[in-house]
Design a protein around this ligand. Sequence first.
Ligand SMILES: [Zn+2]
Length: 449
Amino acid sequence: MKRTIIEVFLALALIGAGAFGWLNWQQNQKSSSQLKALQTAADEAAKSLQTSGESVKAAEEKAESLREQLTPMEAQLQELAAVKAGLSSGATLADLQAAYKAKKKLSDEQQVGLAAVLLLTKGSNDPATLEAFRKTLKTSDLGNRKNTICSAQMALIAGGEKVDLLAECKPSSAAAEGKESKAEPEEKGGAHGKAESHGKGESHDKAGKSDKTEKSDKAEKSDKKAGHDSKHEWGYDGLMGPERWGKEFPTCAKGKSQSPLDIQGPFVKARTSVSADYKEGPLKIINNGHTIQVNVAPGSKLRIDSVPHDLLQFHFHRPSEEKINGVPMAMVIHFVHKNAAGKLAVLGVLLKEGNENPGIKTLWDNLPTAEGAESSPEGVKFNPASLLPREFEFYSYEGSLTTPPCTEGVSFFILRTPVNVSSVQVGKFPFKNNARPVQPRNGREIVMN
Ligand SMILES: [Zn+2]
């Protein structure tokens, strides 16, 4: 019975310690994505208990209830304070130490559990706590105990230790996902991810500075050492290519209304009217690691059956993501809009190789070739209308963002008339391939006017 109680306590303490470490480490960042990572750690902790019957069940129930309480940060803090207060007498610690005394070697779980109780009992500055976590790190094998080790690393960092935080333990992937799933359309999220400059070793720092200031230099260093830029968790080829997006962003794999499509008949006759009312404004251009994007000041609108949709940004894909009867064009521009109800609409303008495009010339004259922050070259104005064809016939269908998190509920209007782009201009676009492959139609209607 005593063993059962101890094991349950261990589960709680481990979860608590991980959370505690996180909060100490990044107390200024109130991000829900961290909670996600904590929840994963909680999952892992519950799973890793090598006990039988009721104790595991009880631990899982406790873990589950703790998880629920983790959701709002305030509640979590209170909960942790309560766990800490409960352990403050040191009786549990004494029990644990007594129980483990006879053993020659503690398992990783026991080791980290002991360290966790130490942390909560004596605080993160206690040398014995730090030593216990250090032992955990020495004996653990990262492969199957990632979250346990991450918890221990976080706790050590919380205690002011110099720890090279493993790339796998960094919160950036969850944070980035959280940021993107605000459904700020497509690459609107800004400096995030990268297809091309991977391995060239460029631009990581520049791009990351703004949202990484709270991370320690050590974390940054270990990130580089591992040769893996964890901020860039999706791309267009290899291990981060579109076939793998679904692992991190389930909608990309499971969604039934994904974009882009291969546009083919039969078509349904359109009853929708669409017109663009774009205005000139100061040029704001960014290379966000996935595409070149131009952010647009308020005032430019797309009217869909007279409902105004604000133009937020437009960006480029090479080759075009959309195919027409199986054939892609040299590039496509996606103009991303949102209406007052939050519904997204993308206007696609296909670019076919031909004469130089004067609008694109202005953009490319101010092209950020490496990933970085948005730039607004002084005195340069741009009117997105200069990139539209005169004719406004379109294909239309219901789809999704074509980049993670692949959120659905996005109306697409692909203009049937392409505009020109010269082959030199195509060649200057810094991404050789940033097009998601076409997705299954799944019986969707394609409308044509
Ligand atoms: Zn796009």
